[in-house]
Design a protein. Structure first.
Length: 163
């Protein structure tokens, strides 16, 4: 089963569907934020507020991070969220740096989950993990196929092996 999932073209076709769905979800979320004048400040304040009381849904350590680091730099975080969502979505759709895009998508989803936002984030984490688990087959139908061939042909690697 693992070999089919990581090497077979039929699995790559299924993964393409997952990539397009997940990529479209990220792309439209990022585009909406970019064109809508998104400001993370209110969201961050809400997450910090959800760390208090008996029914707190945000852990204290995460709220402390948001209050000390994210909120004072809400402009930077707004920029990172808007453009991160857009770029992760675009990369997943065209299959460029597919595993990297899936990883950073998961990182963003986990930050949203830790901040008390459920929505579609758990579903997106699971789909991103599926893409990561598929390895190179996740980007087989996409730009990754050609970039992988280029790296092999020119004996290039993003990770240098020790001699």
């Amino acid at each position: 089963m693992k070999r089919w999932f990581t090497e077979h073209i039929s699995a790559a076709i299924i993964l393409l569907g997952i990539r397009i769905y997940l990529g479209y979800t990220w792309l439209t979320a990022g585009l909406g934020k970019i064109t809508g004048g998104f400001d993370a400040g209110g969201y961050l304040q809400g997450a910090i507020g959800n760390a208090q009381g008996e029914d707190a849904v945000v852990q204290g350590w995460w709220a402390a991070f948001l209050e000390a680091v994210a909120l004072p730099n809400s402009g930077l975080f707004s920029f990172l969220v808007m453009w991160g969502e857009l770029l992760v979505g675009a990369a997943l759709i065209i299959g460029l740096l597919t595993r990297t895009a899936a990883f950073f998508g998961i990182v963003m989803n986990m930050a949203f989950l830790l901040s008390g936002t459920i929505s579609t984030n758990p579903e997106m984490v699971i789909l991103g993990a599926v893409i990561l688990a598929a390895g190179l087959n996740a980007g087989r139908i996409g730009v990754d196929r050609y970039s992988a061939d280029y790296f092999k042909k020119n004996n290039l690697s993003l990770i240098k092996k020790a001699a």
